[in-house]
Ligand binder design. Structure first.
Ligand code: PA5
Length: 427
């Protein structure tokens, strides 16, 4: 992964001075990573090293995943599913519709969408002949999120009429001791724990992400290796540390009036990765009188819908481009049937995308719009692991600079409580 920031329009000394202020916090993160104990808010840094978590997941996958498995139903919302979806969609999910016979697939049930649930029951469940064709993983850190418990109940009850022993195909991932944990144990359902101080949006390298991803055949060791490589870089001092520099640029640019951070992914497969980051930034630093509004754009698609606003509208955005230029080779024929665009004959579609990417950056420069770049080596588990870890560490530094609690989300709890009150009144 390469991180570039020279176009950010900030003075080098301003960046260096702000990095210096983070030195004590960097020392703290280094200590967290060395101690490998789950006693700090930043304990998610231990996950990529935690071989115990990995081996318990490998063991459970060995028991639950057979060649018959076709669908993993991942029930969870927010931090409990966004990381898994980010990785799955980048590598398989986006193209699932083109590969109907590739299994196992992950289906995500997050919100309580009656259309989706209805079709899941009437179109998919009705086709199952063997319980081993399905594996359900319900994930809730608190163990009491309305949407997750509703989806779990609907899915299990509808499968139970067909497969009375369906609870054997259920794995619950939750905090040890939560009400969901206690109930699952009572019912004899397999349970995977989430370390107490690892919050949802920092949990992708825990059982939350690793269990469903490994069940779907993804290389979770490569994902962890990417995280470890990134962690090594992001624990260094100075301007060679991409997480430090990125956090500092986001911070300084927000003080310069850039209240929006547009994350512009030049791969449609990475849209879910963008949404994972949107939550990470939104929940971590969106606190009283503080926050940067994260947005997600897809290149080149959104150039045809948002470029006018981005290039010609208010200069209130800092853009982070994310791209990779080592993907499948698709060639444009030499002899064109529609010779309407010059300079494309015989070139690869990647060359075209690169030209669009470079052209977009030129347009941003011409309009004096600041941007950073994250160039992934490729679209692989390792590169995704690098990006995920880099961004989680960037957010720790940014939260520290903004003097907020990066790890809580009190306003989300507000809406959850009000929903429960309304449901209890029966309205
Ligand atoms: O990041 C967070 O903490 C939230 O987005 C939660 O993950 C989300 O609300 C789901 O909560 P839970 O995992 O407790 O069901």
């Amino acid at each position: 992964m390469k991180f570039l920031y020279q176009d950010s329009n900030l003075l080098e000394n301003e960046i260096v001075e702000t990095i210096e202020t983070l030195k004590p916090y960097l020392d703290h993160l280094q200590k967290v990573a060395e101690d490998k104990k789950y006693i700090f808010d930043e304990s998610s840094l231990n996950l990529a090293f935690d071989d115990q978590i990995l081996s318990s997941i490998q063991e459970l996958v060995g028991e639950k995943v057979t060649p018959k498995l076709k669908y993993i139903i991942d029930i969870g919302i927010g931090g409990s599913n966004l990381g898994t979806k980010a990785v799955y969609d980048a590598l398989y999910g986006y193209a699932d519709v083109l590969e109907p016979n590739r299994y196992p697939k992950i289906l995500f049930a997050d919100t309580n969408d009656p259309e989706f649930l209805g079709k899941l029951i009437s179109r998919l469940f009705s086709q199952f002949k063997d319980p081993d064709e399905v594996l359900i993983n319900a994930i809730s850190k608190s163990g009491g999120t309305t949407e997750t418990i509703v989806n779990l109940e609907v899915v299990i009850q509808n499968l139970k009429s067909k497969f009375p022993n369906i609870l054997e195909r259920l794995v619950i991932t939750t905090d040890e001791g939560s009400k969901l944990w206690v109930k699952a144990k009572e019912l004899g359902v397999e349970v995977l724990p989430i370390p107490k101080l690892v919050g949802g949006r920092f949990s992708v390298f825990s059982s939350v992400g690793l269990f469903p991803l490994l069940s779907a055949g993804l290389d979770v060791e490569a994902l962890r290796n990417g995280a470890l490589a990134s962690q090594g870089e992001c624990l260094q001092g100075g301007i060679g540390n991409p997480a430090l520099v990125s956090a500092v640029i986001l911070y300084l640019q927000s003080k310069n009036g850039k209240a929006i951070n547009d994350n512009f992914f030049f791969h449609p497969e990475l849209e879910s990765l963008g949404k994972w980051y949107r939550q990470l930034q939104g929940e971590s630093i969106g606190k009283v009188n503080t926050g940067i509004t994260p947005t997600v754009s897809i290149g080149s698609t959104d150039l045809h819908s948002m470029a006018q606003l981005y290039l010609g509208g208010p200069k209130d955005k800092l853009t982070t481009f994310v791209a990779s230029f080592k993907s499948a080779e698709v060639l444009i024929p030499q002899d064109l049937i529609f010779p309407l665009v010059e300079g494309i004959a015989g070139k690869s579609t990647e060359t075209v995308m690169r030209a669009i990417y470079e052209g977009t950056k030129e347009a941003y420069r011409k309009n004096n719009l600041p941007f950073m770049e994250v160039i992934l080596d490729d679209l692989s588990e390792k590169s995704l692991g690098e990006y995920l870890q880099f961004k989680m560490m960037e957010m720790m530094f940014l939260g520290h600079l903004l003097n907020v609690n990066t790890f809580d989300q009190p306003a989300v709890e507000d809406y959850k409580q009000f929903t429960k009150v309304i449901l209890n009144k029966g309205s």
